[in-house]
Design a protein around this ligand. Structure first.
Ligand code: NAD
Ligand code: 89V
Length: 371
């Protein structure tokens, strides 16, 4: 993980000016992390809920407060907005930012549908503004360490992998909306685990999935098992559950197994990374960074929020596309849609089925050429 960007304190560049839209449950992590990044200054906050807005403003010492995002974008001179609202407002808010010519970060799930996501990517491309999805799980220090070991060829060419998240942690007390939506684990949590599989093994050609609802108190599915064939030839299993009672609760840790042509890699509980080859077995501790504001058991997620925000600031300054850009996230979102389709219809799904229609592709290409 990169160190905080410190050009501002050296006086070489002006800080990037940002505003946060959405001051709810998860936004506290965004606020703490932005405060840790020295060349970014959050100058304003927005939330439709006046009470939440005032509380966040007081706690983080931010005085310019808005209950309306359009007013925020009209009155403030911003380098970017960070959208941390729930999914229903993502498309209108991203389009609002694009129409104001302001770069945007959007929390996951990026959009309710793939059509909305394509429209958001198009809007930002047409406006010439950068767009990043806050897809933070791949930015956890343990996941980055796994990616680095694979890229370095430590176990040769991977041919099989498993990315696993099994828990019975009560996510509903902090995020009550998770219990009432028609969709749950794949859209909310599986999206991260599918993105990790893409990050480690590349894009997916075909998948087959099952889903189940075990907890009778919720509406959506809380168990999903997905078998995927990746473009480079890796076969992977992504499995997620919020109905799994284990002797030790490891929320929010992701466990990983990878078999390669020269050895095996295992990410065990408590951030123990094991790499085994013919020359021996190496064990590393790949724990999250120690942050003054972190709170158990959220440390790995909180560390990843800081890492993705640092990545955004670096990309914005250098004018390069973030790793989890809107464009990139279309492929993660397609895995979510393919999972639901496969589970619903009881068949395997080729990702090509979810690509844009030829007419849509033609329109997007014409816009791309014109821009
Ligand atoms: P929340 O309901 O606690 O907070 C959302 C806030 O946005 C509310 O205060 C609401 O008033 C405000 N809001 C909604 N629409 C608005 C609009 N149009 N203008 C201004 N304010 C508006 O939700 P949350 O649990 O904080 O989740 C927010 C997002 O973060 C969700 O998309 C969720 O999936 C995501 N999330 C991500 C992670 C992660 O690790 N990446 C973890 C938890 C939640
Ligand atoms: O990351 C998330 O989106 C969260 C949680 C980890 C609780 O599932 O909703």
């Amino acid at each position: 993980m990169s160190e905080p960007v410190d050009q501002h304190s050296r006086g070489t560049v002006a800080p990037l000016k940002g505003a946060l839209i959405g001051c709810g449950f998860f936004a506290r992590n965004h606020l703490h992390a932005w405060r840790d990044i020295r060349d970014v200054q959050l100058v304003a906050l927005c939330d439709a809920d006046e009470v939440r807005l005032q509380a966040a403003g007081r706690e983080f010492g931010i005085e310019r407060l808005y209950t309306d995002a359009a007013a925020l974008l009209k009155n403030e001179r911003l380098d970017f907005v960070d959208i941390a609202t729930t999914v229903a407002s993502h498309r209108p808010l991203v389009e609002l930012a694009a129409s104001a010519g302001v770069a945007a970060i959007c929390q996951k799930p990026f959009a309710k549908t793939l059509d909305d996501a394509y429209a958001m990517v198009d809007a930002c491309r047409e406006a010439g503004v950068p767009l990043m999805v806050h897809e933070n799980f791949r930015w956890q220090s343990a996941i980055q360490a796994v990616g680095k070991a694979l890229r370095n060829g430590e176990i040769g060419a991977p041919f099989w992998g498993r990315v696993s998240f099994r828990s019975a942690f009560d996510v509903f007390s902090g995020q009550p909306y998770l219990a009432t939506g028609e969709r749950f684990i794949v859209e909310d949590l599986g999206i991260h685990i599918l993105d990790i599989a893409r990050f480690l093994f590349g894009d997916v050609v075909r998948l087959s999935a099952t889903t189940r609802t075990v907890n009778p108190a919720i509406r959506g599915e809380d168990v999903a098992t997905i078998l995927m064939s990746h473009e480079g030839g890796v076969t992977s299993v992504v499995d997620c559950s919020y109905a799994t009672r284990l002797p030790h609760e490891h929320f929010p840790q992701t466990m990983i197994e990878v078999d390669g042509s020269k050895g095996t890699l295992r990410l065990f509980a408590d951030y123990r990374l094991q790499v085994h080859t013919a020359t021996g077995t190496d064990e590393r501790h790949v724990a999250p960074p120690t942050l003054g504001w972190a709170s158990s058991p959220w440390e790995a997620i909180q560390g990843s929020v800081l890492a993705i925000e640092q990545h955004w600031a670096e990309c914005l300054r250098r004018g390069v596309e973030p790793a989890t850009s809107g464009r990139d996230n279309l492929r993660t979102l397609a895995l979510v849609e393919a999972t639901y389709l496969s589970a619903r219809e009881g068949r395997s799904v080729a990702l090509s089925e979810l690509e844009r229609s030829p007419a849509q592709m033609e329109r997007a290409h014409a816009q791309w050429v014109a821009s």
